[in-house]
Design a protein around this ligand. Structure first.
Ligand code: PMP
Length: 420
């Protein structure tokens, strides 16, 4: 056994669960594909879900399923309690001040669209600037473009340096006084870069702007404290953080959410309705029109409990060890170009293998039972900045193993020979 692997196993034995214990929580990880064990290295697209999440959702649907907030029967009350309990778990998980600051949405995409439509729809106009970065996911670009077409403000993008970082000094120097909002990924889904959003928040506030943090890729990997970061909005997706699909949240500072108009109208978001006028419900329900994804919220709550039971520090440490191993293995491969070498990274590795198209690489790996993603990763402006049409991407979670990384490296060597 490689010395690095041995050291990691000893460390794990000393504190935290064993590799086998953690993997046993994720039934899907024991699948075989074409006779080969699955190596799931596509966690940045969506994480796998532990049985604790699946069981919590099953329990909800088997025992407590009913619509929320309106029912005067026992199941309705149980469902409402379960839904609001999940909100409380998320509030504590990200350190928000009150449950009113946690709006359940379908995920990061919907959360950013909510801010663009509701906050931006009233606050942005000619002369104003929304500052993005070159590493943004399309879901933090397109909602602003849709709004720009209606409101006529400007979009700017902070440059990504060659190592995949943002240069705060350059952002400060190039600051446009019309900037009203900085909308930035906490962690890049391509480069893995973890941006210093706390410093960006301080800069934005010093210049009278707000900051929205896209935390889709950071929440699964690190402890987030919205009050410490002092972000104004934060968007996240449950399905990337071991929870189910179709549930996520927008965090917003209470005073901001309070001042914003609803963005979708319908049941539950109102206090009263007449044909002449309607009045809005309190936070957060003002932003939750229609029947919410109660089962999904329950699953998300269970996912947060699960992450807490492992410990965010343990998760971060385990992923750091896996990342170091992956970097050593991939970094040593001839002809492999790795994108993003920032010192502070989450476990995402985008690469190209010589002139082989990323899709061919992914297909070759798939035949070996290794799941990676290939393409533009919903970050076409970043692909342009990197001067590549596409990249393959291996993204890790704490339940991956050094052995899977070895399989990836061996298969990449195979692909390199195959396509030579
Ligand atoms: N932002 C980033 C950085 C992402 O990686 C993703 C998902 N790939 C999103 C936003 C969008 O998340 P969702 O599809 O869950 O809304």
């Amino acid at each position: 056994m490689d010395m690095g692997v041995a050291a990691a196993r000893v460390r794990r034995a000393a504190g935290g669960p064993s590799e086998a214990e953690v993997r046993a929580d994720f039934p899907i990880l024991s699948r075989e594909l074409g006779g080969r064990p699955l190596a799931y290295l596509d966690n940045a697209a969506t994480s796998q879900k532990p049985r604790q999440v699946l069981e919590a959702m099953r329990r909800f649907y088997e025992r407590s399923n009913a619509n929320v907030h309106r029912a005067i029967h026992a199941l309705g009350e149980e469902a409402t309690a379960a839904y609001e309990e999940a909100r409380g778990k998320l509030r504590r998980f990200i350190g928000a001040a009150s449950d009113g600051e946690i709006v359940f949405t379908r995920g990061t995409t919907e959360s950013i669209n909510l801010v663009a439509s509701s906050w931006g729809g009233e606050r942005l106009g000619p002369g104003d600037v929304v500052l993005l970065t070159e590493m943004e996911h399309h879901s933090d670009i397109v909602p602003w473009q849709l709004l720009r077409a209606r409101r006529g403000f400007r979009l700017a993008a902070a440059r990504v340096e060659d190592d995949g970082t943002l240069d705060l000094d350059s952002i400060r120097r190039n600051w446009d006084p019309g900037t009203k909002l900085v909308a930035v990924a906490h962690a890049s889904n391509v480069l893995g870069t973890v941006n210093d959003v706390k410093a960006l928040a301080a800069l934005a506030h010093e210049r009278g702007a707000l900051i929205l943090v896209d935390a889709a890729q950071s929440v699964p990997h690190m402890r987030i404290d919205v009050r410490d970061l002092d972000c104004d909005f934060l968007a996240l997706s449950g399905h990337k953080a071991y929870g189910p699909m179709g549930i996520g949240a927008l965090y917003g500072k209470e005073a901001l959410l309070e001042a914003m108009p609803p963005w979708m109208g319908g049941g539950d978001m109102i206090r009263s309705v007449s044909f002449e006028e309607s009045a809005w419900n309190d936070l957060p329900w003002k932003f939750e029109a229609g029947t919410p994804n109660v089962g999904g919220a329950v699953g998300l709550g269970a996912a947060l409990d699960y992450a807490d039971s492992l410990g965010l520090d343990w998760i971060a440490e385990r992923e750091l060890a896996l990342s170091a191993y992956a970097l050593a293995r991939l970094g040593a491969m001839e002809g492999l170009a790795l994108y993003g070498t920032a010192p502070d990274r989450c476990p995402v590795f985008s690469f190209n293998l010589g002139a082989v198209h990323a899709h061919d690489v992914a297909q070759y790996l798939d035949r070996e039972g290794i799941a990676v993603r290939a393409g533009h990763h919903c970050a076409q402006p970043l692909m342009r900045r990197l001067g590549i049409p596409a990249a393959a991407r291996a993204s890790l979670a704490f339940y991956n193993t050094e052995e899977e990384i070895d399989r990836l490296a061996l298969a990449l060597e195979g692909a390199s020979r195959f396509y030579a």
